[in-house]
Design a protein around this ligand. Structure first.
Ligand SMILES: Nc1ncnc2c1ncn2[C@@H]1O[C@H](COP(=O)(O)OP(=O)(O)OP(=O)(O)O)[C@@H](O)[C@H]1O
Ligand SMILES: [Mg+2]
Length: 175
């Protein structure tokens, strides 16, 4: 569902036990309507994390959480290759004597060996509707990662060079 009014935002969040003032309900409503991220700043314990959970529950969407910490980099946030599984596949192919280099390379950098991290998960089309992406404790990250996030959130697109295509998402909901 998508709330049709600011009042309805307050209503559905209230139904989840989340107390939401008119001002907050207004930015949530606009964020959903415009498909823009919501940036929340405030004292500890004032409901910044909680609203993402309440909103996901209220909208019937999946909640995807990217927990930030010092040193968090793009590969942990977007995707990684499963090196251990890739090594195993190489060894197995070698042992079997079936190591055709090109076939192996195409296979090793394919979906089976891709580990999707929260940002990529959030950008995947979802039949249940775009998930709510919670990027929590943003202030713990460093500047290069902030710059990366800003770019990723502005066009909601990431490229996986090895797959030769970019993940063109349906835009996740706010948070
Ligand atoms: N508006 C609210 N309505 C209902 N419960 C709330 C609200 N705000 C906070 N709470 C309660 O307070 C708890 C702490 O809120 P939350 O974890 O969202 O804080 P936070 O703003 O993320 O704090 P921090 O900056 O420490 O991460 C929640 O688990 C919830 O039980
Ligand atoms: Mg929090």
């Amino acid at each position: 569902m998508r709330p049709a009014s600011i009042d309805q935002v307050q209503e559905v969040l209230g139904a989840q036990g989340y107390v939401c003032g008119r001002a907050l309900a207004t930015v949530v409503f606009l964020g959903l309507r415009l498909g823009r991220p919501l940036f929340l700043e405030g004292e500890a314990g004032t409901g910044k994390t909680e609203i993402a959970k309440a909103l996901a529950a209220a909208l019937g969407r999946r909640l995807i959480r990217l927990q930030c910490y010092e040193g968090l980099d793009a590969s942990s946030a977007v995707y990684e290759w499963n090196f251990a599984a890739q090594m195993m596949a190489i060894r197995t192919a070698e042992a079997e004597g079936s190591a055709d280099k090109d076939v192996l390379r195409a296979e090793l950098f394919g979906p089976d060996y891709l580990i999707e991290r929260p940002l990529l998960q959030a950008m995947r089309p979802d039949p249940a509707g775009p998930p709510v992406l919670l990027i929590d404790e943003l202030d713990r990250t460093d500047e290069p990662f902030e710059a990366f996030l800003l770019e990723a959130l502005s066009d909601f697109q990431v490229t996986i060079p090895e797959l030769g295509r970019s993940a063109r998402p349906s835009r996740p909901s706010s948070s």
